[in-house]
Write a new protein. Structure first.
Length: 121
């Protein structure tokens, strides 16, 4: 018998593949689902959308006349060429900061949080 394909190796390999598939499937099922919004492509970049929405409430309280459409267009433009981490780093380095309830946040992150708060409302 070919030592490369023993019954034990085939069964173990198939079992491992089944475990990986189940884990990936379960991850999709257990992930929290949100109502669709026009900002889902942006909000998908947030690690904890609910916590970020709480920060966004503070941003919305301190920013008068928040325009979600303009904010999302600006954030999309920044994130079209950069990861969120890169955009946030560039904001901090270039002084693009917003203050909300005593917190000083990079503009891209603050606007994303505000969009999360708008989406949760």
């Amino acid at each position: 018998m070919n030592k490369l394909f023993t019954r034990r190796r085939v069964v173990m390999g198939a079992g491992g593949a089944a475990v990986l598939a189940a884990t990936a499937f379960e991850g999709r099922l257990l992930r929290k689902r949100y109502a669709p919004t026009p900002y889902d492509d942006l909000l998908a970049r947030l690690d904890d959308r609910d916590a970020d929405a709480q920060i966004g409430e503070a941003v919305l309280a301190d920013v008068e006349g928040f325009d979600a459409k303009a904010a999302s267009a600006g954030v999309r433009q920044r994130l079209a060429r950069h990861t969120l981490a890169q955009a946030v780093g560039a904001d901090a380095a270039e002084g693009r900061l917003l203050e909300a309830s005593g917190w000083v946040l990079p503009q891209t992150l603050a606007l994303l949080c505000a969009l999360a708060a708008k989406a949760a409302a």
